[in-house]
Design a protein around this ligand. Structure first.
Ligand code: ADP
Ligand code: MG
Length: 254
């Protein structure tokens, strides 16, 4: 859907534009007047207490949840009821969840080729070549024939990242990708995400991993009770949060 307001000279540099976003679950006001603009290539970390609306916000960006008020525009396409727009946006936005969400009855390779073959109509040979390349990139190429249940949590999460990359997204959303992992597996997943960030991927990551945020985030967004309470560079936010709620949150996770 063409949008005259976005056809400014800067429009090409904007990956995600969220304006006046409000969402309710029934009576519960879960997202309150969210305004957020993400530039192409920008890396954003979203943190905040449990229940503050972080997952809901990023799930709205690829329409896993619907908003009731405001606008979400991804790469110049507005999210509305228009199914074509939703498909366009989903094919451009990869998502990685806390619990991997791999298909347990498919091999690692088939997990990675399913959507490219069935959604993007790629020939199997091409989809497999791409999948093997990304599996190599997340350092798991030798596991391609295995089933998810035969892998560790960290390996499964790296498969989930490779699977998302196989769709050639321009934006990656991560929802607490390391919080279900045993501590010794957190680093291998964060290292994969750091590689991706250094290659210039536009990323929104819900995570409380401060080391990751400090290494790659251009901006940290702190949410509480459905609002963006403050946003700043990782150094400024973690070093000297401006809000009382931010200070309280950091004192709990540090
Ligand atoms: P976070 O990811 O920051 O922990 P969520 O976005 O998951 O927060 O949830 C925000 C609030 O919305 C929570 O109070 C949660 O209980 C509520 N919530 C989340 N999903 C639903 C849903 N499908 N229906 C009703 N309430 C929900
Ligand atoms: Mg969440």
């Amino acid at each position: 859907m063409a949008d005259a307001a976005l056809k400014t000279s800067a429009a090409g540099d904007v990956a995600i534009r969220i304006e006046g976003l409000n969402k309710w679950y029934g009576e519960f006001h879960v997202l309150k007047n969210i305004d957020l603009q993400v530039a192409k290539g920008e890396r954003i970390v979203i943190c905040g207490p449990s229940g503050s609306g972080k997952s809901t916000l990023i799930r709205c960006i690829n329409r896993l949840e619907q908003h009731q008020q405001g606008r979400i525009v991804v790469n110049g396409v507005e999210l509305t009821d228009n199914l074509k727009n939703i498909d366009t946006i989903r094919s451009d936005v990869g998502m990685v969840f806390q619990h991997f969400n791999l298909f347990p009855h498919l091999s690692v390779l088939d997990n990675c080729t399913l959507a490219p073959i069935w959604v993007k109509k790629q020939p199997r040979a091409q989809a497999e070549a791409t999948a093997r390349r990304f599996l190599e990139r997340v350092r798991i190429g030798e596991q391609a024939h295995k089933y998810p249940g035969q892998l560790s949590g960290g390996q499964q999460q790296r498969v989930a990242i490779a699977r998302a990359l196989c769709m050639n997204p321009s934006i990656m959303l991560f929802d607490e990708p390391t919080s279900a992992l045993d501590p010794e597996m957190v680093k291998e997943v964060l290292d994969t995400m750091i590689d991706l960030a250094r290659e210039g991927m536009t990323m929104l990551c819900v995570t409380h991993e401060m080391g990751f945020a400090r290494a790659v985030a251009d901006r940290v967004i702190f949410m509480d009770a459905g609002e963006i309470v403050e946003q700043n560079t990782p150094e400024a936010f973690f070093g000297n949060p401006q809000s009382e709620r931010g200070r309280q949150f950091l004192s709990q996770i540090l």
